[in-house]
Design a protein around this ligand. Structure first.
Ligand SMILES: Cc1cc2nc3c(=O)[nH]c(=O)nc-3n(C[C@H](O)[C@H](O)[C@H](O)COP(=O)(O)O)c2cc1C
Length: 212
């Protein structure tokens, strides 16, 4: 895996997302894990790590929303005002770490990351952002109307429920993680199984079964 891909300009990167062709070989393992762990709602949470402008790691839990249709791209929703959006602008590369407790397997997915916001003009990405907004519960949508995250809590701050708009507010963003390297560790094997998937410049995947 080369880090040079992280220097892709954002429009180029977003177009690249949409051009992905074949589904990656790790997709079936991840789909199986999601299916087998579906009775545990927290199976859709993973940890997403970014790099701050100062070069420090930053990690937080997020909810996997879906794959961007016909791609290998993971989507997450977030607030434009959150620190991770500034991290991504400074360093558009991230790693997700996802552990499935029932099947006892971990996926680490690393690659370019991009934010789709209100100003994006690409029709497919606009649609994807709108679809993600519509898929959210009313409760989840409320948060995007709350006062600025991580600012001091004012006693008069308004967190009261309000009518949500059909169009997402400017604060609502769709985050796209495009895995270029995937490390799948299955603790259940005897011995454990570990498979590394690496995206190649010719749009293929190299698959290596390695020691755990
Ligand atoms: C279970 C759980 C799920 C979460 N899901 C999301 C999410 O999907 N998107 C998001 O932006 N923050 C989510 N959060 C909040 C983040 O973990 C984090 O606190 C927030 O996004 C601010 O992070 P930042 O300052 O690094 O941007 C979730 C937190 C928890 C505990």
């Amino acid at each position: 895996m080369s880090d040079s891909d992280s220097s892709l300009s954002e429009p180029v990167l977003k177009k690249a997302v949409l051009k992905e062709a074949a589904l990656a070989p790790w997709r079936s393992s991840l789909a199986r894990a999601l299916h087998r762990n579906r009775s545990r709602p927290y199976s859709r949470y993973f940890q997403l790590s970014t790099v701050t402008a100062a070069g420090h790691p930053a990690n937080r839990t997020v909810v996997f929303r879906d794959f961007l249709p016909n791609t290998n791209t993971l989507t997450v929703v977030t607030d434009q005002r959150s620190a991770k959006v500034a991290d991504i602008a400074a360093h558009p590369w991230a790693e997700a770490c996802w552990y499935f407790t029932h099947t006892r397997e971990q996926f680490r997915l690393a690659g370019p990351i991009a934010v789709v916001g209100v100003a994006d003009s690409d029709a497919d990405l606009k649609r994807a952002r709108q679809t993600a907004w519509e898929a959210l519960s009313d409760n989840a949508r409320q948060q995007f109307y709350w006062p600025h995250p991580a600012q001091p809590r004012e006693s008069e701050a308004d967190f009261s429920p309000r009518d949500v708009d059909e169009a997402p507010p400017g604060e609502f963003c769709l985050v796209l993680l495009i895995p270029h390297a995937v490390d799948h560790l299955e603790l259940r094997g005897d011995p454990q199984n570990r498979t590394l998937y690496s995206y190649q410049a010719d749009n293929t995947w190299q698959v290596k079964v390695v020691n755990p």
